[in-house]
Design a protein around this ligand. Structure first.
Ligand SMILES: N[C@@H](CCC(=O)N[C@@H](CS)C(=O)NCC(=O)O)C(=O)O
Length: 278
């Protein structure tokens, strides 16, 4: 980062920003190519990738199935965001924002599209009446933590993760700025989890499912290899909670769906039934 950069009057898209993902970044929305989305036999069709935002949804779907909600059976198709699949005409129809995850529910007529991971969690919780309390107070607490995650995680991913792990060089200013904020967010979580088993109390909810892949991922060293740098082990309550969720059978399956990296036995690039986990 040059200290002497003077922004022009009007920004133009002349150069790649550099770093990982630079090739897929573009300043315009919409499809780049014509391609329909595949469709499986179940009502719920998920188009995703096992990034933390994608995993939130597969955690939820697998928990619903463990609760015995067999109508929550789903087909999960891989969207490889590194090769630009999020810009296909079919995917843009499901999510005009071109980001995974996106879901289409064919049990309604016309089919219901849902994008934004938080909206998908709420949709599924309401449809299957699970993991989102009905009483206004615990419901408000759940929604507050869910919105907290949706609002704060870009500082962890787009801010800290980008500059610490992906940017072409290490620059002190942004790494400092976002480390400070991520540590503050971890402290917010730690204080809450010092008093409560899960985010809202004794009940596992969509707030936990939204927060765990990101902040739990830091504890379990699945994100940016920043465990030591951020002294993540010192947030003992967040670590306790992260390990507790990691050990849930639904979470162990959920993290494998639409995964295309790591040990081969852990990858389930497409999921159509429980048999895909064998
Ligand atoms: N706020 C969105 C964020 C989704 C998001 O950022 N998805 C990333 C992967 S984790 C993506 O699809 N990136 C592709 C791109 O930016 O082109 C959500 O929670 O669903």
């Amino acid at each position: 980062m040059s200290d002497t950069y003077t922004p022009p009057e009007v920004w133009t898209w002349d150069t790649e920003s550099g770093g990982r993902f630079a090739k897929i970044n573009r300043p315009i929305a919409g499809a780049t190519h014509e391609k329909e989305l595949p469709r499986g036999e179940h009502d719920l069709q998920l188009y995703s990738l096992a990034t933390p935002n994608g995993v939130k949804v597969t955690l939820m779907l697998e928990e619903l199935l463990d609760l015995g909600k067999s109508e929550a059976e789903y087909d999960a198709y891989l969207v490889n965001i590194q090769d630009g699949s999020q810009f296909s005409s079919g995917f843009v129809e499901a999510n005009p924002n071109s980001k995974i995850p996106a879901m289409v529910d064919h049990s309604t007529s016309p089919p219901t599209r849902v994008f934004e991971s938080g909206a998908i969690l709420v949709y599924l919780a309401e449809k299957y009446d699970a993991f989102l309390p009905k009483d206004p107070s615990p419901r408000a607490e759940t929604m507050s933590w869910l919105m907290w995650q949706m609002g704060s995680t870009p500082f962890l991913g787009g801010g800290f993760g980008h500059f610490y792990a992906y940017a072409p060089e290490k620059w002190e200013y942004p790494i400092n700025r976002y480390s400070m904020e991520v540590k503050r967010l971890m402290d917010v979580l730690d204080r809450n989890l010092a008093e409560r088993e899960f985010m809202i109390g004794s009940e596992y909810t969509i707030a936990d499912m939204a927060i765990w892949p990101w902040f739990g991922g830091l504890c379990l060293n699945n994100l940016y290899e920043a465990e030591k740098f951020l002294d993540v082990k010192s947030y003992t309550h967040v670590n306790r909670w992260a390990e507790m969720i990691r050990d849930r059978p639904a979470a162990q399956r959920g993290v494998r769906v639409n995964r295309m990296w790591g040990p081969e036995g852990q990858q389930v690039p497409e999921r159509h039934s429980a048999a895909d986990f064998k």
